[in-house]
Every structure is written in C-alpha cells, then in structure tokens.
Design a protein around this ligand. Structure first.
Ligand SMILES: Nc1ncnc2c1ncn2[C@@H]1O[C@H](COP(=O)(O)OP(=O)(O)OP(=O)(O)O)[C@@H](O)[C@H]1O
Ligand SMILES: [Mg+2]
Length: 332
C-alpha cells in the first residue's frame, strides 16, 4: 500500500533521519528532524555536499535510511513498499530525466500507464497537464520528442510528469537549475501560482538562496556534514539568522531581501490626510524592495500607493527604512 489515500497533501516528518554511506568517514545526513506541514513548500539549501539530495531521495527510498525515520501523513516510509512510494511521490530532477525515445505525452504518461489507466484517459490527462505547465496548445507539444524542445520546455515536461498521478508529495531537486535567469523567473512564478491551486507538499532543493526565499514557505539550511543549521520561515531566517554560518549563507544584503517579502499593502501605507506629495506612484502589490528602488530612482522621499491620480495612501522612505531594520535589529 502506498501513501496516497485521496485525502490531499500529506505532512512530512523527518525524525532524526540519518544517512551514512558505506566507506564515508561521517554521515551525509546527520539526525535531521523537521516537519513540513501538509501543502507547504520546504526549500532545502546548503553548500554542495551538504546532504540536500540525500535528504530528498531518502523520502522515496531511492536512498535507504541508516537510522531514524521519515513519516508521510503519519506513516513511516519503513512500512511502505518502495515501489508504491515512488509511484505516489512526484520526482523532478535537474536533468529532467526524460526518456529521449518517448514522445512528450508518453513521458508524462509513464506513471498513469503503469497504474493501468486507459490509453485515452492517460492521453487526456497528459494534455491537461501540458496546458497546466504552460506548454500550450498541448496538442502541439504532445507528440514531439524531448530533443525537439528547449531546456525550459523540457523542464516543464518533467514537472508535468511528476504531477501526472496527482501525488500528495513532490520532490524537486534543483528543478530550474539549468535555466537562464528570465525563463527561470517565469517558471518560478508560474510554479507558485500552480502550487496555490494544486496544494501539494513539496521538498524543493536549490543552491540559490533567492530562489529558496521566493519558493519556500519554510527554508531548511543544511551545513556540511548534513546537520541542520536552521529551519524557519524566510522572514524569520533573514531577520534572525541562527548563527554566523546562516548569516553568511543568506548574504549581507539580508535586510534588502527581507524587503522583497513584504508588499506595500502589508506595511501598511499611511493615510494621505489631504496631502498629495509629488512622489512616484506604485500599486499596493509592489514589494518594499521594488518600492525602495522606485524611490531611490526618482530621488523622492516616498511614494504614493495605488493609482497616481487617485492614490489610497503613502509610504515614506523613513517608513521603508524602519521596515527593513525593525526585526533585523532584534537579531543582532
Ligand atoms: N552513493 C553515495 N556513496 C557515497 N557517498 C555519497 C553517495 N551519494 C552522496 N554521497 C556523499 O554524501 C554527501 C552528501 O551528498 P548529497 O548528494 O546529498 O549532497 P548535495 O547537498 O545534494 O550536494 P550538491 O549541492 O552538490 O548536489 C557528499 O559528501 C557526497 O559525496
Ligand atoms: Mg544534490
């Protein structure tokens, strides 16, 4: 029996999960304990060799635990058949892992066909998923071979394939790693929108702190030797890094990064009270980081929120400054 029970996304619990590879002096993953709430994205970051891929592949038992446990929806993976586990967990790897001799549709349909879906319903599901990941019109992509697609399109197919059997859990190992910055930015945004609709529990490995901050509801930072340095929300990690290693890892511009997490609407803006300074205007959905860039670019002391001719509030440069330092100050 697998882990999919039709009950939606599942919580993932690492309970002192440890992996020692034979012949290695120390563990690759050292007593990792953390809980990823159902439906959240957990971004795993850390230096090369820090155990990120190991932490991921333990979940679907491509790598076997040495000690400790991992539970999905309350059920130990030790009690779950590895084949059933892999069927119920979507897996996206950096090199996409598409089969070159199979069409795009056949690649997407791999798991549904194994599950015994009819050819027709599997085909329909593949077309639906290709549209979902932005390969539209799907009919145009379905019968091509992977080499006839760009790198970014191949990665979308990899994501569609991982979604095919509607798994409650997805493992993604640097899924956007090979993309240029613009394509990557687009895919990140699209994937976040997709996630808000399909709600799956996702473990997402990346080398890139900015990507972790953007994608992760929570971020787990692994140290060399596979020990957990910190596990918290992006805002808490940026405002309160647990130690020097984390502070260095997230970068000296962490107050700026924090500003990117908050919108003008969330600040919130101050009332205009009849005044109308000659400041630039920005929509309420603008991040504080973009707002700061706008203010600095215009050489003003603040900006108007909303429509230029009919603003709903104002934010001063001082207010932005305070927002970037309030919790950060507590940390130091
Ligand atoms: N099959 C294996 N046999 C022996 N050692 C391994 C094996 N797989 C990984 N390791 C070692 O375990 C440690 C963690 O590797 P892992 O692949 O989990 O790191 P990672 O954080 O994903 O690194 P990267 O960012 O480079 O992908 C490394 O020191 C690696 O050399
Ligand atoms: Mg890796």
């Amino acid at each position: 029996m697998g882990i999919a029970n039709g009950a939606g996304p599942a919580e993932i619990v690492y309970d002192k999960a440890t992996k020692r590879y034979p012949g290695q002096p120390g563990p690759a993953l050292n007593e990792l304990s953390l809980t990823v709430p159902a439906g959240e994205i957990c971004a795993l970051v850390g230096p090369s060799g820090g155990g990120k891929t190991t932490a991921l592949t333990l979940v679907n038992r491509m790598t076997e635990l040495t000690e400790g446990d991992i539970r999905i929806g309350g059920r130990s993976i030790r009690d779950t058949d590895p084949i059933a586990l892999r069927r119920d967990i979507g897996y996206v790897i950096q090199q996409t892992g598409l089969f070159p001799h199979m069409t795009v549709a056949a690649n997407v349909n791999l798991v549904p066909r194994i599950l015994g879906w009819s050819k027709e319903s599997a085909r329909n599901r593949a077309l639906e998923l290709l549209e979902l990941v932005g390969l539209s019109p799907a009919e145009e992509f379905a019968d091509r071979y992977p080499t006839q697609l760009s790198g970014g399109q191949q990665q979308r197919v990899g994501i569609a394939r991982a979604l095919a059997a509607d798994p409650p859990v997805m493992l993604m190992d640097e899924p956007f790693g090979a993309l240029d910055p613009i394509t990557r930015g687009n895919i990140q945004q699209e994937f976040l929108q997709l996630h808000s609709r399909i709600r799956k529990t996702i473990l997402f490995v990346t080398h890139d702190v900015d990507e972790a901050i953007l994608m992760g509801d929570r971020i787990a930072i692994l140290h060399e030797g596979g020990t957990l340095a910190q596990y918290d929300t992006p805002d808490a990690i940026l405002s309160n890094p647990a130690n020097d290693f984390v502070a260095r890892f997230v970068g000296s511009d962490r107050s700026l990064k924090r500003l990117a997490l908050t919108t003008l609407a969330e600040l919130p803006p101050s009332p205009l009270n009849g005044s109308r300074p000659a400041w630039p205007a920005a929509p309420a959905s603008t991040s504080l980081r973009e707002a700061l860039a706008t203010i600095l670019g215009a050489g003003s002391d603040g900006l108007l929120v909303g429509d230029r001719d009919n603003p709903t509030g104002q934010v001063s440069l001082d207010a932005l400054r305070r927002a970037s330092t309030t919790t950060a100050a507590r940390a130091s």
